[in-house]
Design a protein around this ligand. Structure first.
Ligand code: GRG
Length: 295
């Protein structure tokens, strides 16, 4: 099987796992559950759960416990996208090739659907306690995800990002924003895979380092695509950064330097992954493919 076929197969399996954890609420709160499911089933690359499972298996993980964490991570990521698209933030109409949640369900319902998904993610991941012989690993994984999602992670980074809309940014502040708003969730995803599989502290650190570089490269590629892609290919509006007067790696350094930096960060990530001494063939191909992704 070539890399693309393998990726499609693993994405389909990931999709199945996410679908198994969709919220089903009948009765008065039905509309909220419908908005949550709408965003979760709208597609997306499923990159975070894919990376999580891959790392879990690389370190020998075999239990079902990984599945609620994969679904929970995608819920947290999806919550951030719903809120990021809101009129108060990026005010975008298209996401994952479909109208954004606030366009379909209204702004109030979109705010609640984002909140509810974040909460439901933890409800889902707590189910992991019943699926493992190692509950201490589940505690550790939950602590990490709470940290990487909150004020010290994604939300902290996003707050600095929106505060600085329309303002010039120093490179160090931009790096802080990227590290927190984008890398933090990728770090959590990959490190949770390692933690739940019982990898050593040192191995978890190496995975964290690789993920941090993957995240920075991913965000810079996102900046590039915002400039050179189309709404149809990307499934979300291009030129969003220009509309929101954002300083990005590309506006600071130009396209050519941005492309070179993506390559450099990807190489650093691959070098770190090789340091694990595990069979990382598929993971390396996946990381390499992200550096040249079209969506
Ligand atoms: C809670 C008010 C409130 C806002 C939350 C935290 C947050 C808004 C947004 C996170 C910031 C964000 C959207 C960062 C960008 C990271 C990024 C490039 C996301 C796109 O990820 P992909 O390409 O998306 O993996 P798919 O659709 O493929 O899952």
């Amino acid at each position: 099987m070539n890399f693309r076929e393998e990726l499609n197969q693993r994405t389909a399996k990931t999709e199945e796992i996410i679908m198994a954890y969709l919220p089903h609420v009948e009765g008065h709160a039905f509309r909220l559950s419908e908005a949550m499911s709408y965003s979760l089933t709208a597609g997306g690359k499923r990159l975070r759960p894919l990376l999580m499972k891959e790392v879990y298996e690389i370190f020998g993980g075999q239990e079902k416990v990984i599945e609620p964490f994969m679904a929970g991570m995608e819920m947290i990521h999806t919550h951030s996208l719903i809120h990021d698209d809101l009129p108060a933030l990026d005010n975008d109409d298209l996401r994952r090739g479909k109208p954004t949640v606030h366009k379909v369900f209204g702004e109030a319902c979109a705010i609640l659907a984002g909140d509810a998904l974040l909460n439901y993610a933890y409800e889902t991941m707590l189910g992991g306690f019943g699926m493992t012989r190692y509950p201490d690993r589940v505690v550790k994984a939950l602590c990490l995800i709470a940290e990487k999602t909150g004020i010290q992670g994604m939300l902290g980074g996003q707050s600095v990002d929106v505060e600085n809309d329309g303002k010039p940014l120093r490179a160090s502040v931009l790096e802080y924003i990227y590290e927190k708003k984008t890398s933090a969730l990728l770090e959590a995803s990959m490190q949770i895979g390692a933690i739940l599989a019982g990898a050593s502290e040192n191995a978890c650190d190496v995975i964290g380092l690789a993920a941090s570089n993957i995240g920075l490269a991913f965000q810079i590629r996102d900046d590039i695509l915002d400039l050179i892609s189309t709404d149809q290919v990307l499934g979300k509006p291009v030129h969003s950064d220009e509309k929101n007067l954002k300083t990005t790696y590309v506006t600071l350094n130009g396209l050519e330097k941005a492309e070179a930096r993506v390559k450099e960060l990807t190489q650093t990530a691959l070098d770190a992954l090789r340091f694990t001494g595990r069979d990382i063939t598929f993971l390396c191909s996946l990381v390499e493919s992200l550096a040249v992704r079209e969506k």
